[in-house]
Design a protein around this ligand. Sequence first.
Ligand code: SF4
Length: 298
Amino acid sequence: MTTPDTAANERTDQYITPGHLACPGCGATLAMQWVLSVLGKDTVLGLPACCFSIISGAFPHTPMNVNLVHTAFETGAAIASGLKAGLEATGRGHAHVVSWAGDGGTFDIGLQALSGAAERNEDIIYVCYDNEAYMNTGNQRSSATPRFARTTTSPAGESMHKKDILAIMAAHGIPYAASASIAFPDDLTAKVEKAKHITGTRFLHILVACPTGWRMPSDMTITAARLAVETGVFPLIEIENGERTTITYLPEPRIPLAEYLSIQGRFSGMSKDEIAEIQRWVNERWERLMKTADVSVP
Ligand code: SF4
């Protein structure tokens, strides 16, 4: 494995103060810190139902140092579109409007509003922080849950492969769509910086390891997030204007998938055949990606 990034770690601004309500080791709070460290305080968040509805506290108490609006589950992108229009109408259009949603609010419940906003090319940044299930309500499977992962609604292991949300969003032809990881903060913050200077709909898919739902110790967050990338389960890429795909980190050699699966209780009990099947799925996706993408690794 490579050494952890350093430049991004030197950022010191705190956008979530201590005392927030996330579980110990929560990857979602790291993602929020990294994103806001680039966008700054002139940012307005729209928060559809998700773990961050809890983490950000109940009015008038909040650990957040930016303005935010809680929204209904299905309305993340619609509310963000309205917020941007309202800010522009009142002379504050320079503020960044971010819809910050989990995988349930993005892959499933909020997809209709998100697709509409992307079609209109609304001038918003949509961040999906993906912990691969409905963790806020007790770990029910979503269409981001990986095959064979055990959740409360897939106790024998999820039967479907994860939906390719980045490809779906890129198919709208939006100016910028990218995947990022909390274990690669330099890559993550570079993508936020790029998105910050683009007008139109920008979509960031950030995998956030979740000790509670992934059933692992709270000090394994970064290890799990890094292994997701190093095994090729979660490629770091960007797609510009729905056409140009670039791999921004090339895991070479890719680590066998079993190493990633074995540290997470949600994959316990998988047979050798099931692990081999997932490994085959990952390999096929990588081969396809390598045929169609450029590689640009700093
Ligand atoms: S359930 Fe997971 S994503 Fe949600 S607050 Fe806890 S650690 Fe974070």
